[in-house]
Every structure is written in structure tokens, then in C-alpha cells.
Design a binder for this molecule. Structure first.
Ligand SMILES: [Zn+2]
Length: 321
């Protein structure tokens, strides 16, 4: 049995155990939203992949991180239902499955990562030691949202996870994660654009959507790196999204909010596919805005300015025709 201490996001230290000895299923199931959060008890999600998602079984000491993870998934599920109004294909019901306390190598307690498993339609989350305390990655709202939006991307666009299409997969997951975490902050000036803040010791954040260069990412097509990988070049598309969401009418009034930006990127995502490139995303966002101009935004007096702002946002990062 591996044990340690767990420090949650608000700084309360609890003992932490990977293994479990009691069942508290009611806290980890939300039948209305079809959200289920499982404890994988520090088993390898690779070696024991057929055992996923694990058990809805946690002990009291692991209760808090499991419940925090579960709440984070519920927030994503509510956003997808209420703001995106997304229905899965083929009339199936949306479901949100995750396994926390996963490791890659059997016998370890630490796995500093999380990922979405397309074939299993679920997310897996690791944890890492910080000063003798284990931090679950699933206790971070932005990380949880990012992984589940990979699931949405897969349902809709099935991006090939390479080159520009792979970077779009990463960027759309980042953009939606930022929208989820800032959803209830009406003042865009107050938004937090940093992703994975506080996750890794000595590192401010994993990505910065406002200033990608803070995380050594490019923020313009001039610096696109063919060898950089999907977690590098997504900075360019992220910055375009930042430009778009923060655009104003010239008098200090923002043109978008979390809901309208989410609707826009969601509709754009529906126009993208496995081999889409950054320029395809620009075209898709423009087309999405035109569609919204005659539907949800038809009474919006700024819809023309919104269209101009979209073009400018992509121009500024060099994603141009
Ligand atoms: Zn990702």
C-alpha cells in the first residue's frame, strides 16, 4: 500500500492512500449528467488497461481528491450541456468517465500526466509528489476540462494528432478549458489565461494562452516549428483565440463573452476534420460567425464588428490566406 499526504488546491493537507477499502459510490456518480469518477488505486492504466475505469470505491482518506475531481468533471459536463448544447452522435447519451490515481509504470505512485483515451472514451489522471505530498492532476479544473475536450474534439473532428491538425486538437482543448475555468468571471480583464498553473514545481504554468512565449511556445506563424510538436505550435492558435476573445469595440467594450466565444469555437470545430490546418480553423471560425449572425446573434448590434475582430485576431498571428 502506498501512502502519503495529499494537498488540495486550497492548501488543506490530508493523508492520501492509493488503495481503498470502502465504497462511497454516491459521491462519485451523477446520473443526471452521466458523470462517473473512478479510483484506479495507483495501478498502471497501460498494464491493466482492461481493468479501466476501475472501481467507484474510495476510502475516506482519498475521498477529498476524488470528490474534487468529480466536481471538476461535472463542471465540464454542465458547460457542454448548457453552453455548447452538444449532443453526441447517433443519439447516444453523453457520458463522462474518468479514472484518477493512475500511473504509467506498475509499482510507481507518481505519474506526472493525464490523457484522454479515444478507444476507451475516458480520461486518466496521474499525480505527483510535492514535498512528500501527492497532488492529483484531476484536482485542477483546467487540466480536467482540457482532457474531456479532447474527447469532444475526437467525437466531432477526429483531428490527426500530428502537425497542424494535432496542434488544433491541443488548442481547441486549451481554449475550451480556459472558457470553462473563466465562465463565471464576467470581466474578461480578470480572466486567468494560464494553463496548469501551480501544477509543476518551479514552473509557473504549462501554457499561457495570452503570452505563449512565457512557456516557450511560438505566438506567430513566423515561428512555427515543424519539429516542435503539437504541444508547441498550438501556442500560435491559442494566441489567435486570445486576440479574438479580448477584442473590443474600440471603446473598451468586449465584443465576446465566455458563452458567445464558446458557441463560436464549438460551431467552428464542427466544420473541421482529421487533416484540418490552422487556416481551416480561421475559415471555420469566420463561417461559424456568419452562421451565428443570422441565428443567435441576429439581434446583436456588434455582429459586423465581431466578424472584423475574428479576421484581425488571426491576421495578428500570421494565420492568413
Ligand atoms: Zn492535450
Amino acid at each position: 500500500m502506498q501512502a502519503g499526504n495529499y494537498l488540495n488546491c486550497i492548501g488543506i493537507t490530508n493523508n492520501f492512500s492509493c488503495q481503498s477499502n470502502s465504497e462511497i459510490p454516491s459521491g462519485l456518480e451523477n446520473n443526471g449528467l452521466n458523470v462517473r469518477t473512478y479510483n484506479f488505486e495507483c495501478r498502471s492504466y497501460i498494464d491493466e488497461i482492461d481493468s479501466l475505469p476501475g472501481e467507484l470505491r474510495v476510502n475516506g482518506l482519498c475521498y477529498q481528491p476524488c470528490v474534487m475531481a468529480h466536481r471538476n468533471v461535472i463542471a465540464v459536463a454542465e458547460f457542454i450541456r448548457d453552453i455548447l448544447m452538444h449532443d453526441p452522435p447517433n443519439g447516444t447519451q453523453a457520458r463522462y468517465i474518468s479514472s484518477i490515481n493512475c500511473v504509467q509504470e506498475s509499482g510507481e505512485t507518481e505519474w506526472e500526466n493525464s490523457c484522454w483515451l479515444d478507444d476507451y472514451e475516458q480520461a486518466v489522471f496521474g499525480q505527483h509528489w510535492v514535498k512528500e505530498q501527492l497532488h492529483s492532476w484531476a484536482t485542477y479544473q483546467d487540466i480536467v476540462a482540457h482532457e474531456f475536450f479532447h474527447g469532444l474534439n475526437y467525437q466531432i473532428a477526429k483531428f490527426t494528432y500530428l502537425g497542424e491538425s494535432g496542434a488544433l486538437d491541443e488548442s481547441y482543448a486549451d481554449i475550451f478549458a480556459i472558457l470553462v475555468t473563466n465562465r463565471y468571471q464576467p470581466d474578461i480583464n480578470q480572466w486567468n489565461w494560464k494553463f496548469g498553473q501551480g501544477l509543476l514545481e518551479g514552473v509557473d504554468c504549462i501554457r499561457d494562452v495570452e503570452n505563449p512565449s512565457n512557456c516557450r511556445q511560438p505566438d506567430n506563424m513566423e515561428h512555427y516549428d515543424d519539429d516542435g510538436g503539437v504541444h508547441h505550435n498550438n501556442g500560435i492558435h491559442n494566441r489567435a483565440a486570445y486576440n479574438l476573445i479580448t477584442s473590443d469595440d474600440g471603446q473598451g467594450n468586449f465584443l465576446f463573452n465566455a458563452n458567445s466565444a464558446a458557441q463560436l469555437f464549438y460551431l467552428a470545430l464542427r466544420k473541421l476534420g482529421p487533416t484540418s490546418r490552422f487556416i481551416d480553423s480561421r475559415r471555420a471560425v469566420v463561417q461559424a460567425a456568419k452562421t451565428l449572425s443570422i441565428t443567435r446573434w441576429r439581434n446583436d448590434s456588434t455582429k459586423i464588428e465581431k466578424l472584423r475582430a475574428i479576421e484581425k485576431a488571426f491576421d495578428q498571428v500570421g494565420i492568413v490566406e
